[in-house]
Design a protein around this ligand. Structure first.
Ligand code: HEM
Ligand SMILES: *[C@@H]1O[C@H](CO)[C@@H](O)[C@H](O)[C@H]1NC(C)=O
Length: 328
């Protein structure tokens, strides 16, 4: 009897320890696809409707919304911090090197938030979840894969331009810098290659690809010449855009990987994926395996969406995605 009791106690302790260890490792396990099933059954269809309209009006908006979720998740987790405007106490992430004059789509996020709060009759859907769902709906709207978005993230009450500068990868990164940046976010080489495939849609500014086209040698010369024409070394407009995937900037396909194989990556960081034994094989595989790319992209998006969410009584549900709530 005593022995049995003692054994049970040890067993119970072991279970509790395991449970604690897993939850402290990942509050992501608290997210679930049906999180708003009771509190707001119309949430997902409402977000999709606004995203579809926005993408129909301007296909690039799908790319911009996908990128917002990425830039949110890589800075202290997927907590909507990128959406906060500057104030006396908020050093907005919008002013970080990789974001300034670059990230866009905030008006569409405002529009989604307004529509979803109205549909729900109360503000229950977080801005961080809106970014995660809008990213998925954008990919689907542009012909890419679908995945179940896990939900229940709450919104941050802080933002940090320094953390954005220190945590977002830059286009001048080498392959080893890219790999270690992704590792710092719990993502491996495969996640790096497959998530970079997001560059199958959207555009980049001359400012970000100038060094690659003038200084790198791992670029197709004819391709470089075309880009140099719209992005002169001196005196050009830094905001001139080039499609990240020249053939189909508004179609979520696997053409980006074919571009890389032909040395037609627009960014230095894109072309770097062919520069390591741990990544070049996957680039080549995805260049002829679109189905494989779709499947793996969906998986890695879920993984990225799980980065350090605020759950429980951490954070808040913002009333306005650009501002922290007044009262706590
Ligand atoms: C691997 C490291 C990455 C680097 C260094 C990087 C860098 C960049 C840069 C410099 C631009 C052009 C921005 C501009 O010219 O204003 C861009 C655009 C874009 N990035 Fe990335 N990126 C990376 C990974 C990702 C990931 C993981 C995603 C999403 C899953 C993503 C999604 C996008 C999209 C969709 C665009 C086009 C946005 C638009 O047209 O508005 N990127 N990226
Ligand atoms: C290319 O490299 C040179 C020498 O390091 C540097 O001065 C220049 O700013 C770089 N970029 C371009 C677009 O020439």
């Amino acid at each position: 009897m005593d022995l049995l009791h003692g054994n049970f106690f040890v067993f119970f302790q072991a279970i509790m320890f395991a449970a604690l260890a897993t939850t402290s490792l990942s509050s992501a396990s608290l997210l679930s696809p049906n999180y708003y099933g009771h509190s707001c059954p119309q949430a997902l269809s409402t977000i999709r409707r606004v995203v579809e309209n926005a993408v129909q009006k301007e296909p690039r908006m799908g790319a911009s919304l996908l990128r917002l979720h990425f830039h949110d998740c890589f800075v202290n987790g997927c907590d909507g911090s990128i959406l906060l405007d500057p104030t006396s106490t908020i050093d907005s992430e919008k002013n970080a090197f990789s974001n300034k004059n670059s990230v866009r789509g905030f008006e569409v996020v405002d529009e989604i938030k307004e529509a979803v709060d109205k549909a729900c009759g109360k503000p229950v859907v977080s801005c961080a979840d809106i970014l995660a769902v809008a990213a998925r709906d954008s990919v689907v709207a542009l012909g890419g894969p679908r995945w179940k978005v896990r939900l229940g993230r709450r919104d941050s009450t802080t933002a940090s331009r320094d953390d954005a500068n220190n945590n977002l990868p830059a286009p001048f990164f080498s392959i080893s810098q890219l790999i270690s940046n992704f590792k710092n976010h719990g993502l491996n080489e495969k996640d790096l290659v497959v998530l970079s495939g997001a560059h199958t849609i959207g555009f980049a500014r001359c400012f970000f690809f100038k060094d690659h086209i003038y200084n790198d040698t791992n670029i197709n010369p004819k391709f470089a010449k075309k880009l140099k024409y719209i992005c002169p070394r001196n005196g050009g407009n830094p905001n001139t855009l080039a499609p990240l995937d020249a053939a189909s900037a508004a179609r979520f396909d696997a053409a980006y990987y074919g571009d890389l194989v032909h040395k037609k990556g627009v960014l230095h960081s894109d072309q770097e994926l062919l520069n390591s034994d741990s990544t070049d094989g996957l680039v080549k595989k995805y260049s002829y395996d679109g189905e494989g790319f779709y499947k793996d992209f969906a998986k890695s998006m879920v993984k990225m969406g799980n980065i350090k969410p605020l759950t429980g009584n951490h954070g808040e549900i913002r009333l306005n995605c650009r501002k922290v709530n007044q009262y706590h």
